[in-house]
Structure formats: C-alpha cells, structure tokens
Ligand binder design. Structure first.
Ligand SMILES: [Zn+2]
Length: 239
C-alpha cells in the first residue's frame, strides 16, 4: 500500500515536471517570434533607406545641373547685349530658351523627388515607431520570462529531490516497470481506477482485478493500457 502511495507521489512529481519542462521549452518561442518580427521591420527600414540614398543622389545631380544651366543662361544674357549679328543673336536666344525649358522640367522632376523622399521618410518613421514599441514589449517579456523560468527551474530542482525520495521508497522492479511504461505511453503512468474504470484508457477493469485492487495488497496494471493502477478510494492523488 505504501509503495503504491509512493508511486502516486512519483506520478504527481513526474506530471508536474513534464508540464514545467514543456513551459520551459515553449516560453521563449513567443519572444523569438517578436524578435524575428522586429528584425524584419529593421530590414524593411534598410530597404527604404537604400531608396532614400538613391533619390538623394538624383536630387543632388539635378540641383547641380540646374545650377550649371542657370549660370550659363546668366552669362549668355550678359553676352547678348554685345552681339551685333542678328543670326548669332537668334541662335543664342534659342540656346537660352532650350536651357530654360530643360531647367523647368528638371525643377518638376526635383519636386517629384522631394515628394517621394518625404513619403519614404514618413514610412521610415512609422517603421521606427513599430520597432520601438516592439523593443519595449521584448524587453518587458524578456524580464518576465527570465523571472518565470528561474522560478520554474527552482521548482524542478525541488521536484527532482522529491522524485529521488519517492523512488527510494519503491522497490527496484516496480520502479523499472514504472520507467518502462513511462517511456512508452503518454503520461500519466500511475492512474486511479474510478467506478471500476481505468482513468488512463477509460476501459472497465475485469471484476477479479478490481476486487484485487481494492484489497491493496499488490501492484496491478491495467490489462488494456498497461498503466499501473490504484483504487481511487485509497489515495486521492491530489493531496
Ligand atoms: Zn487502462
């Protein structure tokens, strides 16, 4: 009877350890997905920055050309006064006209560039906002997680001690049987029988086995699922 009780303790400890280990494994996943999302946003920001760089280069080239042709037009205007030949005069007028037209279209192009640049800067800022708020969430989650994990690890250490204690009280062959089953079927391994039904596989125990179980003299297995069984009225398994 006491051996069964220790097996019930062992099962309780094992179940809690399995739960804790699953939490330890899953907990960092959410954090990792946030970090991945943040890395993706940063990458998008870099792509935008590259576009900004290209547009800035175009803008400075355009401004150079505008300035260059503005100077040329100015010089031509000064020279125009000195021209005596009508043909030469018209040629210079046409040349100035062409340069001024080109500069007007360059100004238009420049205005479009500025609009695109301001659009890109806006997107970059919005991304930065998202990146910053993710950073806050990540930092907060990281510290909660570190604390939680430390608590869980401390609890696992206590459970390991309890497990060792309970294992010592159980005879080696039964412990071997327990471990053998534990490696092969889903937790739990030690299950109560309630109203003649195995709570591991929910199949009715044969009447004779149920009578033997109630005597509490030997350690029995469920003939259907092979889990080690105990009568629920012997131990609640919850205290
Ligand atoms: Zn069963």
């Amino acid at each position: 009877m006491e051996q069964i009780e220790q097996l019930v303790v062992l099962q309780k400890v094992d179940s809690e350890m399995i739960t804790l280990e699953r939490i330890l494994e899953d907990a960092p996943k959410q954090l990792r997905s946030l970090q991945e999302k943040q890395a993706y946003l940063k990458q998008q920001q870099d792509v935008i920055q590259e576009k900004v760089d290209v547009l800035m280069e175009q803008k400075s080239r355009l401004e150079g050309e505008i300035e260059n042709d503005t100077q040329k037009v100015k010089k031509s205007k000064n020279k125009l006064m000195m021209v005596e030949n009508t043909k030469e005069y018209h040629a210079m007028m046409r040349e100035m006209d062409t340069m001024e037209k080109m500069n007007r279209s360059r100004e238009e192009e420049r205005a479009n560039l500025l609009a695109d640049l301001s659009d890109l800067e806006g997107r970059k800022e919005a991304l930065q906002g998202d990146i910053d708020s993710l950073e806050e969430t990540i930092t907060a989650q990281q510290s909660t997680l570190d604390q939680e994990l430390a608590e869980k690890r401390a609890r696992i250490e206590i459970l390991e001690k309890e497990k060792r204690k309970a294992s010592e009280a159980v005879p080696a062959p039964i412990l071997t049987r327990y471990n053998f089953i534990r490696d092969r079927i889903p937790n739990p391994v030690i299950v109560p029988v309630s109203e003649g039904v195995c709570q591991g596989c929910h199949v009715v125990i044969p009447p004779q086995a149920f009578i033997d179980l109630q005597k509490g003299e030997q350690i029995l297995s469920c003939p259907n699922c092979l889990r080690i069984i105990f009568w629920e009225r012997h131990f609640s398994g919850n205290d």
